[in-house]
Design a protein around this ligand. Structure first.
Ligand code: ZN
Length: 154
């Protein structure tokens, strides 16, 4: 039996692999055409088929917020009054708060919180910066989903 540096037995029964496989299966089984699918895949809320962004995908590094004027699939108008998409900030901001407020509280409850704030917190901030792009895009998808109704077989 393998042991780790603390002497605890390490069981390699493939649990992690099973967990990852089930996670992948869960994401893969997201029903095409569901609301969650259309938000995570950044699809048009009306037809849930056309891409919301010119450069599709959650993790992109160019043309981050470039959207077509109309849905390429169902021709839904994506142009709203000026400032419409500013509201997306009010969606992404609480999501970040939901992540960081509990983490900050957790940091203060740790006995050695200087370690937490010197090492763990900067990493979390880096991760959140990295998540900024997908979060901004998802916030727009959520905002549009709240504005435009799903039209079955439009
Ligand atoms: Zn569409």
């Amino acid at each position: 039996m393998n042991t780790n540096e603390r002497g605890f037995a390490v069981v390699h029964d493939g649990t992690e692999r099973k967990f990852l496989a089930s996670l992948r299966k869960t994401i893969g089984s997201l029903q095409k055409g569901t609301l969650l699918y259309s938000i995570l895949k950044l699809k048009c809320p009306r037809c849930r088929t056309g891409d919301l962004f010119i450069n599709p995908g959650l993790f992109v590094f160019s043309r981050i917020l470039d959207m077509p004027d109309r849905c390429p699939h169902c021709n839904q108008d994506f142009k709203f009054e000026p400032g419409y998409y500013t509201a997306a900030l009010w969606i992404s901001y609480p999501i970040l708060l939901l992540l960081f407020v509990p983490l900050t509280i957790l940091g203060f409850t740790l006995a050695d919180f200087s370690f937490f704030f010197k090492l763990v917190y900067p990493v979390l901030i880096l991760i959140s910066l990295f998540l900024q792009i997908p979060l901004m895009r998802m916030a727009r998808a959520i905002l549009l989903a709240m504005t435009i109704d799903y039209a079955i077989k439009s």
